[in-house]
Design a protein around this ligand. Structure first.
Ligand SMILES: NC(=O)c1ccc[n+]([C@@H]2O[C@H](COP(=O)([O-])OP(=O)(O)OC[C@H]3O[C@@H](n4cnc5c(N)ncnc54)[C@H](O)[C@@H]3O)[C@@H](O)[C@H]2O)c1
Ligand SMILES: [Zn+2]
Length: 651
C-alpha cells in the first residue's frame, strides 16, 4: 500500500493508476523479478509512477533497480521508446511554467573505464572531423552533485522540468538560499544541495534522505522549520556547476590516472555525490558533437557500479536505543558488496518487520549505500517475522508505540542509561574517549549518570580497569569538555530530551535563557515558531526529568556561550509586523537583514500575502510584483525606509 503522501505526489504529477492498479504497482515494486511478466503498458506506467515518487523525494525503489531492472527491461523491449528519448520529468509545482533559456538534459552514463574510453573515442573522431589535435584537448572532471537540478539566469531560478520547460522557483532565493562559494546570481545550471555533515547531524532525524529534504526546500508551501534553519545556516545552497572544484587536463593523463583523479574529485565536496561528470572544454567541439534528446554527446557521467545482493536473514536481533525504541537488526549470511563485507542490516522499525515478514529464512535485497550498516529496502521472500516480547537489555515487557516497539523501563534499562551517557559526550563534541566501550566499562562499575563520571579521578578510572595512560587522558578530556567553549544549545541537546535535538534547542534558546527553561509553561513553548502543542507537553515533562542532572552539571561550570536573544520589544515599530524582502539589497544580505528584523520581533515571510505588512523593495524589482503587492494592500517601502524602521523610527 502507498502512503497518503505518495498518493499525493502521483496526483500532483497528473498520473493515475490507469492500466495499473495500486496493488499491481506495489506488487511490481516488491517483486522486481516479476517485471518481465508485465505488459508493455504496465511497464511504462510503472516507470512513470516510480519517477514521480523519486522526484518528489519518496522513492519506492532503489536507483540501481530503477536503472538496471526496470529501465533496462524497457530498453530491451523497445530501445526507441519515447520514455528513453527524453529526460525524466520533474514534478510540477504550482508556480508558472516557463521556457528554459537553455535546454537542460540528462547525462549518458558509464560504469566502467571501457565505457569511458569508448566515449573518448567518439570525441577523438569528432576532433579529427574539425581538424583539431585530440591530444591537446582539455578534459574536465567535476563531482556529480546528487541534488535538485535548477538553472539560474540571474533573474529567475528554474527547475529542469522536462528539459525544455521548467518552473519558476525563484522563491528559494527570497527565502534566503545562498549561492555556494560566495557565488553571484546568473551562473547558469547547478543544483540545490545540502551539506552532508549538516544533514547527518541536524536533519537526518526529520528527513529520510537528502533528496527528500531538497524537495521540501523547493515546495511552494510554507517552508518547513528545519529547511528554514538549514538555509539560515547556509548548509543548503544553490551550487552552480561553474563553481565546482574540478580537474583539468589532457586525455592521456586522465586515462592513466583515472581512478585517483575520479576519487579525488568525488570526495572534494561535503555534499551527496553520485559520480563524476566528464566533459570536454572546447566550444567548437561541443557544438559540433551536439546532443541527443536525452544527453549531450560531449558529456558523460561516470558512476560506480551499484551492486545489489540477495541475502538470507539468519536472525533478527533487537537493540535498545537511548530513547527506549527497539531497533531491529538483521544478522545476515555474510555477503561482499562493492568491496565491503556485510553481515548486518537494520529495518526501519518493528512494524516493518511484521508487515514485510522479516525473520530467519527471509530473503532480502541489499543495496550498497554510504552507511556502515545498510537499511533493508526490500524483502524478496518473506518469512515468519521475529518480534521480541522483552527488552534485550533489561527484560522488561515491550509495548507498541505506533510503528515502534519500545522499552518503557527508561529509569533502569542498562541500554537506555548507557546510550544516554554516550549521547551526552557525543553531542557535546568537545571531547574524546567516551565511546561505547568506555561507557560500557563505566556502567559495569556502577556508573549511571554523567555527573558521576565527572566526579571520577585517574585512580578511580584505573580501579575500573582503564590503563594508567588512558585514565589520565579521560580526566583530561573531562576537563577539556568543561573548559572548551560550547554553545549553550548544544549543551542542552546533549541531555537528549525527547524532541529537543540541536535545531529545536537552538530555536528555544533564541527566546529564553538556558537557566529559565525549567519555568517554561507549555504555552511559552507553543508561542515560539516551530513548536507544536503536542510536542510542548512532552518537552516540559522532559525538562522536569533532566533537572537534577542539569543542576549537578551546571555546578561544575561549563564554558557555555549563550545564544543571542531575539528580544521582542513590543513598542518597536517592527514588532509583530510581517515583512517580505525582494530585489537586490545593499546594506546586507537578505539573510542578515532578516535576522536583524527578526531580532526586533518581526516575522519575515517568503512571499507576499494579505498578512504582509511591508514589502521591502530593493533594486530591480519588476512592476508586476509591486502592483500585485499593492493590490493586496501591502505597504511598499524602500531599503532606506526599512533601515529607519529597524532603527526605531516610526513609520
Ligand atoms: N529510484 C527511482 O525510483 C528513480 C526514478 C527515476 C530516476 N532515478 C535515478 O535518476 C537517474 C536519472 O535522473 P537525472 O536525469 O535527473 O540525472 P542524471 O543522473 O542523468 O544526471 C543529470 C543531471 O546531473 C546534474 N549534475 C550534477 N552535477 C553535475 C556537474 N558537475 N556537471 C553537470 N551536471 C551535473 C545535472 O543537473 C543534470 O541534470 C536515473 O538514472 C536513476 O538512477 C531513480
Ligand atoms: Zn529495557
Amino acid at each position: 500500500m502507498l502512503t497518503t503522501s505518495q498518493k499525493k505526489l502521483i496526483a500532483q504529477a497528473s498520473l493515475n493508476f490507469d492500466g495499473l492498479s495500486e496493488q499491481r504497482f506495489c506488487q511490481l515494486c516488491d517483486d522486481p523479478g516479476s517485471i518481465t511478466s508485465a505488459s508493455d503498458l504496465e511497464l511504462t506506467a510503472f516507470l512513470q509512477l516510480a519517477n514521480a515518487l523519486y522526484r518528489g523525494g519518496e522513492p519506492i525503489i532503489s536507483d540501481a533497480d530503477y536503472d538496471f531492472l526496470y529501465l533496462a527491461e524497457l530498453k530491451k523491449r523497445n530501445p526507441e521508446h519515447p520514455l528513453l528519448q527524453a529526460v525524466e520529468p520533474e514534478p510540477v509545482f504550482a508556480g508558472k511554467t516557463v521556457d528554459l533559456p537553455l535546454i537542460m538534459l540528462s547525462t549518458d552514463k558509464a560504469y566502467t573505464l571501457e565505457d569511458v574510453e569508448r566515449w573518448a573515442g567518439r570525441i577523438e573522431k569528432a576532433a579529427r572531423e574539425l581538424g583539431k589535435n585530440f591530444a591537446e584537448l582539455t578534459f574536465k572532471v567535476t563531482p556529480k552533485l546528487d541534488g535538485y537540478a535548477a538553472y539560474d539566469d540571474g533573474e529567475m531560478l528554474y527547475t529542469r522540468g522536462d528539459g525544455r520547460k521548467g518552473q519558476d522557483i525563484s522563491r528559494v532565493f527570497e527565502r534566503g538560499l545562498r549561492i555556494a562559494d560566495h557565488g553571484r546570481r546568473g551562473l547558469g545550471a547547478g543544483e540545490i544541495v545540502v551539506s552532508r555533515s549538516y544533514f547527518d547531524e541536524r536533519l537526518a532525524e526529520y528527513f529520510d534522505n537528502a533528496r527528500n529534504f531538497q524537495a521540501s526546500v523547493i515546495k511552494e508551501k510554507e517552508l518547513d522549520e528545519h529547511a528554514e534553519s538549514a538555509i539560515k545556516d547556509h548548509a543548503a545552497v544553490f551550487y552552480p556547476f561553474a563553481l565546482l572544484p574540478n580537474w583539468l587536463g589532457p586525455w592521456a593523463t586522465l586515462r592513466n590516472d583515472f581512478e585517483n583523479i575520479v576519487k579525488g574529485i568525488w570526495h572534494k565536496v561535503d555534499y551527496d555525490v553520485d559520480g563524476v561528470i566528464l566533459e570536454i572544454v572546447d566550444e567548437d567541439l561541443k557544438t559540433h558533437m551536439g546532443a541527443t534528446r536525452h544527453h549531450h554527446r560531449w558529456q558523460l557521467a561516470y558512476k560506480e557500479n551499484l551492486q545489489t545482493a540477495e541475502v538470507e536473514v539468519l536472525n533478527v536481533t533487537p537493540q535498545t536505543s537511548r530513547s527506549g525504541r527497539i531497533t531491529p537488526v538483521a544478522e545476515l549470511e555474510p555477503v561482499r558488496l562493492s568491496g565491503a563485507l556485510l553481515s548486518r542490516a537494520t529495518a526501519h522499525h518493528y512494524k516493518m518487520v511484521v508487515d514485510k515478514g522479516i525473520g530467519p529464512g527471509a530473503i532480502i535485497q541489499l543495496a550498497r549505500s554510504g552507511e556502515v550498516i545498510p537499511k533493508i529496502e526490500q524483502v524478496l521472500r518473506p518469512a515468519e517475522p521475529q518480534v521480541p516480547e522483552r527488552c534485550p537489555s533489561c527484560n522488561h515487557t515491550l509495548v507498541w508505540d505506533n510503528d515502534y516497539l519500545i522499552c518503557p523501563n527508561n529509569l533502569a534499562c542498562p541500554a537506555q542509561i548507557s546510550n544516554s551517557m554516550e549521547h551526552f559526550f557525543r553531542v557535546l563534541k568537545n571531547n574524546d574517549g567516551f565511546g561505547a566501550a568506555s561507557i560500557k566499562k563505566l556502567y559495569e562499575y556502577g556508573i549511571r549518570r554523567v555527573d558521576e563520571i565527572y566526579a571520577l579521578n585517574a585512580e578511580q578510572f584505573e580501579s575500573m580497569g582503564f590503563g594508567p595512560k588512558q585514565s589520565q587522558n579521560l580526566v583530561d578530556q573531562l576537563l577539556r569538555s568543561r573548559t572548551e567553549a560550547v554553545e549553550d544549545w548544544r549543551f542542552l541537546a546533549a541531555f537528549g530530551v525527547f524532541r529537543m535535538g540541536l535545531g529545536n534547542c537552538e530555536r528555544l534558546l533564541h527566546h529564553h535563557a538556558l537557566t529559565d527553561i525549567f519555568s517554561l509553561t507549555e504555552a511559552d513553548i507553543v508561542a515560539i515558531e516551530g513548536f507544536a502543542e503536542k510536542t510542548a507537553a512532552v518537552i516540559t515533562e522532559g525538562f522536569v526529568n533532566i533537572k537534577p542532572l542539569f543542576d549537578q552539571l551546571m555546578a561544575l561550570g561549563f564554558n557555555l556561550q549563550s545564544t543571542q536573544h531575539r528580544q521582542d520589544d513590543a513598542s518597536h515599530p517592527l514588532a509583530g509586523k510581517t515583512l517580505v524582502f525582494t530585489g537586490t539589497l545593499h546594506s546586507g544580505s537578505r539573510d542578515e537583514l532578516s535576522k536583524q528584523a527578526k531580532a526586533k520581533g518581526a516575522k519575515v515571510g517568503s512571499a507576499v500575502s494579505a498578512k504582509t505588512d511591508y514589502l521591502v523593495a530593493g533594486d530591480n524589482v519588476g512592476a508586476n510584483k509591486l502592483n500585485a503587492a499593492r493590490d493586496k494592500g501591502v505597504n511598499i517601502i524602500s531599503e532606506q525606509e526599512f533601515l529607519q524602521l529597524l532603527n526605531g523610527a516610526g513609520s
